[in-house]
Design a protein around this ligand. Structure first.
Ligand SMILES: *Cc1c(COP(=O)(O)O)cnc(C)c1O
Length: 384
C-alpha cells in the first residue's frame, strides 16, 4: 500500500537520535534549546517554545493570550479537531468561519461578515485560529487588518505549513500573528515523532508559554515572589502542565530541520506532476497561490459529479488498488461532540461540500517516480 503520507528518516537522523540516547540527557538537556534556536532562526522569529505536540502548543498559546470562560475562539471547520479543542480546554466557547471554496482556507469575506454581526451582539472573538490548510498560508495581511479593527488575537495553526512562505517571509515569522504553532507528527513536513512548537515575537508570551509547558514552575530568581531558599529552589506561579519535548525528539527535529528545503522541493515536484497528469480528469485539483509558496502537506482532489462516481466509489477503488488515500477533514462542527454543543449539519456549507467530495492523494517526499505513475494510473482507472 502506498500511504497518503509518511516520514523520511535518514541515517543522519538515526545517528542524531542515537547520540541523544547516549548523552547525559534524555530530556531537559541541550537538544531542546538547540532545536528551538534553529527553528526560530529558520522562520525568522525571536522566540520558540518546543512542546510535545501541536495540540499542547495550541493549548498553552490560548492560555498565554488569556483565553478563558466567557471568551470565544473562532477557527475553520475544515481542520483537525485540535484547532478547536484548544479553546474548549480553556473553558472558552468555540465557533467557526466557513472556508473559501477555492483556497479551502477560512474565508476572509465570511470572517468580515461574521465579525460585523458579532460586534452588534457583543460576541466578538478573543482569539482567531486561522489554519493554513494543506500548507498554503491564509491571507494573513487581510486577517491582521480585521484583528486590528476588532481587537482579537491571532494564533496561526501552521501544522501543515512547516517550510511554507507568505509574501516575503517564512510562515512562522509572526509578522501578522501573535503566536504561530507547528506540528512535527510523522505525517507532517518534518518530524520529531510527536512534537510541536509555538513561535512568537513577544518575550512576555514566550515566558508565559515556557512556564505553562512545565507545571507553571520557574527557576528564574527574577520571576520569584521572594528570595530563593537555596540553589534547589523553584516556585510554581501558575497552573501548568507537563507538555515538554524530550531531547530524543529534539535531536530528531534538529536533524530533520536541516533537510526541510529538500522535503518541500520534492513535494512541489510531486504536485507539479499530479497537476499535469490529472488535469483532464473530472476532478477539481487544488489551487496554489502566488502570495505564498505552500509546504504542500496534502494534495486533496474533489470528485466532480459529472464523473458519474461517488467519492466513496473512487476512495474504495483506490484503496483496493493499493493506494492508501485518506480524507481531510471531517468538518469539526459535524463531530458528535460539537453537535452536542449545538452545531448542526448545514452550518458551514462550503466546508461540508468540500468534505463530501474530497480525497487526499499520496503526498510525501520519498514517493518515487514509479509510485507516482502508479497513483496516476489508478486514479484514472478508478474514475473510468
Ligand atoms: C496535525 C494537526 C494538529 C495536531 O498536531 P499534533 O502535533 O498531532 O498535536 C493540529 N492542527 C492541524 C491543522 C493538524 O494538521
Amino acid at each position: 500500500m502506498i500511504p497518503y503520507g509518511r516520514q523520511d528518516i535518514s541515517q543522519e537522523d538515526i545517528d542524531a537520535v542515537v547520540s541523544a540516547l547516549k548523552s547525559d540527557w534524555l530530556t531537559q538537556g541541550p537538544a531542546v534549546p538547540e532545536f528551538e534556536a534553529a527553528f526560530a532562526t529558520y522562520c525568522g522569529v525571536a522566540e520558540a517554545v518546543a512542546v510535545n505536540s501541536a495540540t499542547s502548543a495550541l493549548h498553552i498559546a490560548c492560555m498565554a493570550l488569556g483565553l478563558g470562560p466567557g471568551d470565544w475562539l473562532w477557527t475553520s471547520p475544515l481542520t483537525f479537531v485540535a484547532s478547536a479543542n484548544a479553546g474548549l480546554y480553556c473553558g472558552a466557547s468555540v465557533d467557526f468561519v466557513d472556508i473559501d471554496p477555492v483556497s479551502y482556507n477560512l474565508s476572509v469575506s465570511a470572517l468580515a461578515q461574521k465579525l460585523s454581526d458579532a460586534e452588534k451582539i457583543g460576541r466578538l472573538p478573543k482569539v482567531l485560529v486561522p489554519v493554513h490548510f494543506t500548507g498554503q498560508s491564509c491571507e494573513m495581511r487581510e486577517i491582521r487588518q480585521l484583528a486590528d479593527q476588532y481587537g482579537f488575537k491571532i494564533i496561526e495553526d501552521a501544522s501543515h505549513a512547516v517550510g511554507a512562505n507568505y509574501l516575503d517571509g517564512k510562515v512562522g515569522n509572526c509578522e501578522y500573528a501573535d503566536i504561530c504553532v507547528f506540528s512535527f507528527h510523522p505525517v507532517k513536513i518534518i518530524t520529531s515523532a510527536e512534537g510541536g512548537m509555538a513561535l512568537t515575537r513577544s518575550q512576555v508570551l514566550a515566558e508565559l508559554m515556557r512556564k505553562l509547558r512545565s507545571h507553571g514552575i520557574t527557576r528564574d530568581p527574577e520571576q520569584m515572589t521572594q528570595d530563593a531558599d537555596g540553589p534547589w529552589y523553584y516556585q510554581q506561579l501558575s497552573l501548568g502542565y507537563n507538555y515538554r519535548m524530550t531531547d530524543i525528539q529534539a535531536a530528531l527535529g534538529c536533524s530533520q530541520l536541516r533537510r526541510i528545503d529538500g522535503f518541500v522541493a520534492r513535494r512541489h515536484e510531486i504536485a507539479d506532476f499530479y497537476d499535469h497528469q490529472l488535469r483532464e480528469l473530472p476532478i477539481i485539483l487544488p489551487t496554489r497561490f502566488d502570495y505564498g509558496r505552500s509546504a504542500l502537506h496534502l494534495y486533496p482532489v474533489q470528485i466532480r459529479e459529472e464523473s458519474g462516481k461517488t467519492r466513496r466509489q473512487v476512495f474504495d477503488g483506490l484503496r483496493e488498488r493499493g493506494i492508501g488515500v485518506n480524507v481531510h477533514y471531517i468538518p469539526v462542527h459535524t463531530q458528535p461532540y460539537y453537535q452536542h454543543l449545538g452545531f448542526k449539519d448545514g452550518d458551514f456549507s462550503e466546508a461540508e461540500k468540500f468534505y463530501a467530495r474530497a480525497i487526499s492523494l499520496p503526498m510525501y517526499p520519498t514517493l518515487t517516480d514509479k509510485d507516482l505513475t502508479k497513483v496516476v494510473a489508478e486514479v484514472k482507472a478508478s474514475l473510468s
